[in-house]
Design a protein around this ligand. Structure first.
Ligand code: AMP
Ligand code: MG
Length: 335
């Protein structure tokens, strides 16, 4: 339900910024366990949206860890797999991000994700001893990509849930460009990615959801960017009054407890934005700032549980706290 709210919200903001005369095509589909809204403008839009939907279904069919017919499921069963180009490309990019975040992002976390019951929604708090044992199987450095086939070491299992939607966004932007679409916008359940500027030439105005409510707390203006949010509110369960979120700390096996409510990454790359939104949620404010200082390919919005919103200076222009966000304090991190 939250995904639907956010999708609707994104669309409302989008319409407010678009020229009424632009030819608009939209599609809504359920894929990758979320509601996806695709919008493309201009005469090429209709055909491009058809292809984009087929592309998402193809990527989901390859990458879903819960679909026994997927390439990832075959790898997780220990089979030797001739990697398809998309899986190969995403694994390459994701492993690099695992390294860049010093393992805060770790795509071999699946055994632990499963122990918490997130994939099948049979939630449970695992036994601490069992978690310790499962963590021995978690280490992205055990995945060695060379040649055209991959066999995972025994016990190692992949989960591309932290990066797959971001990659799908990148692939859709590429598809739109190749189809001659110059203006498009996709909302993949909280992963927003925009091609070009909005139809009237102004930047897109993207709403960032209030992690504590159903409305938004800020608006960020972007052109040609992915805007990807990770937060506990997107998936969690409660037991004995404790809330357990779906983003896990690979060091402990427990839900990340970094004093952040959500992390939004703004970047030209959807895969990078998706991987880093998850990783920075694990790393917390200091780790997030340190990584931002070491790189120049993303900006962030960190919503703290203490009521502070911290943004990096690259998105300062065009960023505004709004609605629920007016109760937060804004802090800008500079180089
Ligand atoms: P996202 O919604 O992009 O932040 O990705 C969260 C999803 O990625 C979770 O539902 C898990 O399937 C998986 N995941 C959880 N923690 C991690 C982690 N530290 N590194 C990589 N994947 C993770
Ligand atoms: Mg992510």
């Amino acid at each position: 339900m939250k995904h639907l709210t956010l999708a609707a919200l994104g669309l409302a903001l989008l319409l407010a910024s678009c020229a009424p005369a632009a030819q608009e095509y939209t599609a809504t589909l359920l894929a990758m366990d979320t509601v996806m809204e695709l919008t493309a403008y201009g005469p090429e839009g209709e055909g491009a949206l058809e292809e984009a939907q087929a592309l998402i279904q193809e990527l989901e069919g390859l990458m879903s860890a819960t679909d026994p017919d997927s390439e990832i499921a075959a790898l997780n069963r220990g089979q030797t797999v001739a990697l398809s180009p998309p899986v190969r490309e995403l694994l390459d990019q994701a492993l690099e991000l695992c390294g860049a975040t010093d393992g805060a992002l770790d795509i071999t976390i699946y055994p632990v994700v499963r122990a918490w019951g997130f994939p099948n929604k049979q939630y449970q708090v695992p036994d601490p001893g069992a978690l310790t044992q499962l963590l021995e199987r978690v280490d992205y450095a055990q995945v060695a990509l060379s040649g055209d086939t991959l066999t995972l070491p025994e016990g190692v299992e992949l989960d591309l849930g932290a990066v797959a939607k971001g990659y799908a966004g990148d692939r859709m932007m590429e598809l739109f460009r190749q189809s001659g679409v110059t203006c498009a916008y996709v909302n993949l359940g909280g992963n927003v990615q925009a091609l070009g500027a909005s139809p009237d030439g102004d930047p897109w105005r993207i709403g960032i959801q209030d992690p504590e409510g159903t409305s938004y707390l800020a608006v960020v203006e972007v052109t040609d960017r992915a805007v990807v949010t990770s937060g506990m509110y997107q998936r969690y369960f409660e037991q004995d009054g404790v809330r357990y979120g779906h983003i896990l700390d690979p060091d402990t096996g427990y839900p990340a407890d970094s004093a952040l409510s959500s992390v939004t990454i703004v970047s030209p790359s959807g895969t990078l934005a998706d991987g880093l939104s998850t990783a920075l949620f694990v790393l917390g404010r200091e780790g997030a700032e340190a990584l931002w200082r070491a790189r120049d390919d993303f900006d962030f919005v960190l919503v703290g549980q203490d009521g502070t919103v911290t943004i990096s200076e690259g998105i300062e222009d065009g960023f505004a706290l709004q609605g629920a966000g007016e109760d937060y304090n804004l802090e800008v991190v500079r180089r």
